[in-house]
Design a protein around this ligand. Structure first.
Ligand code: ACM
Length: 531
């Protein structure tokens, strides 16, 4: 497999800019001093804010700046902001609950909703106001992007640290702005998952969907069925060592995600995509024979045994144990590509399993094939079809939406982050076609599925399947720059949607990714700054 060497392009760019600096020095002797750095315009943010009114003087962060953040969760958001700003500014930036001016994070009643905020910037300070700590956190992400990209570096930088004057009022279009990571086809360590969480947070993503089981690996410890993790998790695509999360490790992922205001959505894919479970326990198989572990990338060959009672004991134990570890509201039961489960069995299975999820206090989510069974009241379906999907399939999902099933939109030929950008992309697959940056961004979730009422659309999610993805560098070159576009589709008002404007805002993120050590696809569709 081709590995993506993250450091090479960065070093090349660094050398390039050193040469440019040297050249500029040679030709600028006696010339006028360089113009003062202008602060980033208030609307040069991804996702685009709902409204941005420039005006007044900029605020300058200095060695004397305090971060004022009250107590509790607001205080923790203040500490998070300080952790980002301190290394690059070199300032102390004490987090306090008193004083005036500086950077203030303030909880207050107002028209902010659960995640919105207002950011006011002027000579004496920047104030972020929100009803909920999540709103303060999202406002902090906006503030980050208003500062120069170098603020993301982990060593002291020259500044100046200016925030343009004016007011941003911002609130999300959709409550569901998700990213899915398939930790089954290849296993990812807790630290790799945390690194992705931090990247998702920068773009106001609020759901982390973990695809915890599939044919190639079972990735979470289940006390009542221990072989699932120890045997079913012992390999991965290509035959590597695989791995699994202990319960404490999974809880640590949940805790870390929560500290970044992401809700973890666990998925156990059933009744297909279950070879790792079937290999771990012979009794789960209709013929009582455990198949070997699987390390290829075919789909659709495995099925739980719908006619055996032990299957439902297994499902009950697994859902109960994972639900106990998961404070989030949702449990994803998969349900896609059950090609080895007769349709009548599929319907029967979903009728048995959905009440188990409810029994343990969670809301059912399934891939949209669930709409071919009887979705439980309040269930959500995750649509992963493509433009070329049959009209009948789209109509079935739209009908379920009219009957009350909420939809999460993940059209594979738009937002599957594992699709190659073009024929030269070293990683990824192409069964849904090539998905360059504009294609990924240029669609409207509110009007996407004919016949589905806009009110049924809960939001968008960008899945990253990992048949070819093995490490953080791989994740990043597939997610960037497409992920921020999906985040914008989920957050920004439809009225701000404009590829020509978006690509300029997106291009300005490139230096930020360089500063963060994120290797990204330098799409020719995006006018990246030189350097
Ligand atoms: C899927 O891509 N099978 C949900």
């Amino acid at each position: 497999m081709t590995r993506h060497h993250r450091s090479t392009p960065r070093i090349t760019r660094l050398l390039g800019s050193l040469l440019l600096v040297a050249a500029a020095g040679a030709f600028s002797v006696g010339a006028a001093p360089a113009p003062k750095a202008a602060p980033t315009p208030l609307d040069r943010v991804v996702p685009a804010p709902a409204t941005a009114e420039p005006g007044g003087s900029p605020y300058r962060i200095t060695a004397g700046t305090h971060i004022r953040a009250g107590s509790g969760e607001a205080r923790r958001v203040g500490e998070y902001l300080a952790d980002i700003l301190r290394p690059s500014t070199g300032y102390r930036l004490p987090v306090t609950d008193s004083g005036s001016g500086g950077i203030q994070l303030r909880l207050a009643k107002g028209p902010f909703g659960e995640e919105g905020y207002r950011l006011d910037s002027g000579r004496s300070g920047v104030t972020i106001t929100a009803r909920e700590p999540a709103g303060l956190f999202h406002g902090v992400q906006t503030l980050r992007q208003l500062l120069p990209a170098a603020v993301e570096k982990d060593s002291e930088q020259p500044g100046p640290w200016l925030v343009a004057g004016g007011t941003i009022r911002d609130t999300p279009r959709f409550g569901w702005r998700g990213a899915m990571l398939d930790v089954s086809r290849h296993f990812f360590t807790v630290d790799e998952v945390k690194r992705y969480i931090d990247q998702l947070a920068l773009y106001k993503i609020n759901k982390l969907h973990l695809h915890l089981s599939d044919d190639q690996g079972w990735r979470i410890a289940i006390d009542s069925w221990p072989n699932l993790a120890t045997y079913g998790g012992s390999t991965e695509v290509g035959g590597g060592p695989g791995g699994h999360y202990t319960k404490d490790e999974y809880k640590e992922i949940v805790r870390y995600a929560s500290s970044r205001f992401l809700e973890v959505v666990p998925e156990i894919d059933m009744p297909g995509h279950t070879n790792a479970a079937l290999a771990s326990y012979a009794e789960l198989n209709c013929d009582g024979v455990a198949p070997p572990l699987y390390t290829g990338i075919r789909v659709g060959f495995s099925s739980l045994c719908v006619g055996k009672e032990v299957t439902y004991d297994f499902v009950d134990d697994v859902v109960r144990e994972i639900a106990e570890l998961t404070p989030g509201r949702y449990f994803h039961i998969g349900g896609d590509e059950a090609h080895s489960t007769p349709h009548a069995d599929y319907v029967k299975f979903m009728d048995r399993v959905q009440p188990v999820v409810a029994k343990y206090g969670k809301t059912v989510i399934g891939w949209h094939q669930l709409t071919g069974a009887t979705p439980a009241k309040g269930a959500l379906a995750q649509y992963w079809g493509v433009d070329a999907s049959s009209a009948a399939e789209k109509a079935r999902v739209a009908e379920a939406a009219r009957n009350g099933t909420g939809l999460i939109l993940s059209p594979a030929d738009r937002v599957y982050l594992d699709m190659k950008y073009d024929r030269n992309t070293p990683l990824g697959l192409s069964w849904a076609g090539y998905v360059e940056v504009q294609r990924s961004y240029d669609w409207d979730p509110g009007a996407y599925l004919p016949g589905a009422p806009a009110s049924a659309i809960r939001g968008v999610e960008a899945p990253l399947w990992t048949e070819t993805i093995e490490n953080s560098g791989h994740i990043e070159v597939m997610a960037f720059p497409r992920l921020p576009g999906v985040a914008e589709l989920g957050w920004s008002p439809a009225a701000t949607h404009d590829w020509e404007a978006y690509k300029v805002r997106l291009a300005a993120q490139g230096p930020r990714w360089d500063a963060l050590g994120i290797g990204y696809h330098r799409s020719p569709q995006v006018p990246w700054p030189a350097g």
